[in-house]
Design a protein around this ligand. Structure first.
Ligand code: CTP
Ligand code: CA
Length: 225
């Protein structure tokens, strides 16, 4: 799978990448969020553009410079991310879901700031499920042959959990990372295994997030034919 640094093997292709982490508001000043920095998604967007693709980057709450030549769509919540990804996916050859999408959101949004009440314990926060964007784009492919890639951060039984998740989501490729206290979130480097629905397993040694991104695009390009 060796290629030159700027071989335009994705020329004429439209790819959609989601990056960052969604935030689910509780009231005007508070949200439920996660630690995703967006670095892996931005690396995917940069490398796809370098390989000639037209890139739509759906960025959730990231603080990174816009990659040159990439169409950036900013979103906050999982519901907004779903809308932006589905819209961009309509004419896409590939969709890569690198974003950390909140599984749940507060069941209700307080339009005024939630205040403490004297001598009272707080009310529990009721949550509801968010839509599963990866499962949805995988089940309703916007065009035949569209390649769908998911990411999964796992702590134990990493490969077995990854295989189950790949089957459950219905995507073509699942990039599985092992996470721990200092691993992956916000880090410059990463280590992963890319599982394929056809049984393939591609280990990616510890290295820059760009290297993992290049491997993902190699596997996507091979499936686009
Ligand atoms: N994902 C998504 N929509 C959600 C949750 C996750 O599209 N509501 C996508 C993520 O972008 C990622 C993949 O699904 O590409 C796997 O996310 P993960 O959180 O590992 O999967 P879950 O099905 O939410 O499983 P878990 O219960 O382990 O969190
Ligand atoms: Ca999840």
């Amino acid at each position: 799978l060796a290629r030159g640094a700027s071989e335009p093997d994705l020329a004429g292709r439209h790819v959609v990448v989601s990056a960052g982490g969604t935030r689910e508001p509780l009231d005007p000043v508070r949200f439920l969020g996660n630690r995703s920095s967006g670095k892996q998604g931005y690396a995917l967007a940069r490398t796809a553009a370098a390989r000639g693709a037209r890139v739509t980057l759906v960025a959730a709450n990231t603080h990174l410079p816009d990659p040159a030549g990439v169409d950036v769509v900013r979103v906050g919540t999982a519901v907004q991310l779903r809308e932006a990804v589905l819209k961009a996916a309509a004419d896409a050859d590939a969709v890569v879901m690198a974003a950390a999408v909140a599984d749940f959101r507060p069941a209700s949004y307080a339009t005024g700031k939630i205040k403490k009440k004297d001598g009272q314990e707080p009310e529990p926060i009721a949550l509801v499920r968010n839509p599963d964007v990866l499962a949805e784009v995988s089940a309703d492919r916007a065009r035949p042959g569209q390649v769908i890639v998911g990411f999964a951060a796992e702590t134990d039984d990493v490969l077995a959990n990854g295989r189950r998740k790949l089957a459950r989501k219905g995507c073509d490729l699942l990039v599985v990372n092992e996470v721990g206290e200092r691993k992956t979130f916000g880090a410059e480097e990463t280590e992963a295994v890319v599982l394929a629905a056809d049984g393939g397993e591609t280990p990616v040694p510890h290295g820059p997030k760009e290297a993992l991104a290049e491997t993902v695009w190699d596997l996507v390009a091979a499936r686009l034919g």
